[in-house]
Design a binder for this molecule. Sequence first.
Ligand SMILES: *Cc1c(COP(=O)(O)O)cnc(C)c1O
Length: 343
Amino acid sequence: MISKLIRKNILDLHPYSSARDEFQGQKALFLDANESPYGSYNRYPDPYQTTLRTKLAAIKKIPAHQIFIGNGSDEVIDLLLRIFCEPQKDRILICPPTYGMYEVAANIHNINTLKVPLRSDFQLDLQAVLKTIHTHDPKVIFLCSPNNPTGNALKEIEPIVKAAKGIVCLDEAYIDFSEQASFLSKLDTYPNLVISQTLSKARGLAGLRIGLAFASPYLISIFNRVKPPYNVSSLNQKEALKALQHPARFKRNLNQIKKNRTELLSTLQGLPLVEKVYPTDANFILIKVKNALALYTYLVNKRVIVRNRSQLVKNTLRISVGRAAENQKLIQELKNYEKTTVN
Ligand SMILES: *Cc1c(COP(=O)(O)O)cnc(C)c1O
């Protein structure tokens, strides 16, 4: 019973009922929300983003009532904690090195974070995760596949979803770049599964802050009870909808990024200063070098900004795949750096 996992105050909640909740309809004289009668953005947005959600339902082949739209994925993460985790009591489980927001969000809510590190090949330590599920009963398990910052898709997700007594949130922010299939097709098999995706990466809409959660209709209804009433602005809904009308452009850009990734991977592999190029299913590449901080600082001075991930994986930099010319500039600077350090 999923409802047993939900915090009592959330189950008991009388959600805020907005003016747009109480009356829905298109053409009418609206004097119910204290809006100004003037201006082009004078009306509150659709609280449930119906048009955008319907479009996403068609693209993802998931019914609209199994989709929640958040103000970025960060809102999805935050809502999961609000719904399921009692501060100072419940626990989440993460598998580091991974996306930093899960633990930050847990800290904000004063929720403990259990950590089961990935193995040295950055795959899940399945036995250790299963053991921690049995001994510590985490309320929410966050899995990220393809994983940030390592880049690889995770292999043994399903046994964890099966064994979990709580919710498993599978973060598929980078799934479009991966050969591995999305877990969306398994949504109806596992009532405890929440899949999070985003329009920020492959869809190129990071500025619009559109995060998605896919789950059972029941869980989506709980998300809707807890979310801020107007969490996605009308401008953002409109622009996202507009961008989604161009599937050919999306495919072209996605293929270009994948092609650039292949080229960047092979060039990086040929550079003596790069000790290791980790395999990637995402739009970024993690590399290991002798002195990541020195290289990072050198690149910053050349106005090439990458991400130093050394605190997560020793002496590593995470490089987003850019346009061909941007990647060439990066490679040129890496070659220049090689010359300076050899002499
Ligand atoms: C970039 C990223 C997201 C996307 O976050 P938004 O708030 O939707 O922009 C989510 N998860 C991971 C692992 C990411 O790297």
